[in-house]
Design a protein around this ligand. Structure first.
Ligand SMILES: [Zn+2]
Length: 69
């Protein structure tokens, strides 16, 4: 996967967003072309990813470690 600055004058791909895209995300053919999005949408996405990927609180982090031992 590759993320780079968007060099073209493209609109953000997110539905309803009218900002100009600032970043491009190469999907290597998964989607027909690069996905482009603006800074706002990237921040929103980042927050959503964080919710899914980062364990919530100390308790779950501790549990994860315990399982491995
Ligand atoms: Zn956007």
């Amino acid at each position: 996967m590759k993320m780079q600055k968007c060099n073209h004058e493209l609109k953000c791909d997110f539905y309803g967003c009218k900002n100009l895209a600032k970043y491009a995300f190469s999907t290597k053919g998964f989607i027909r072309r690069e996905l482009v999005f603006c800074e706002n949408c990237m921040k929103e996405m980042y927050a959503l990813f964080g919710e899914v990927l980062v364990p919530k609180g100390v308790e779950s982090a501790f549990k994860g470690r315990k399982r491995k031992e």
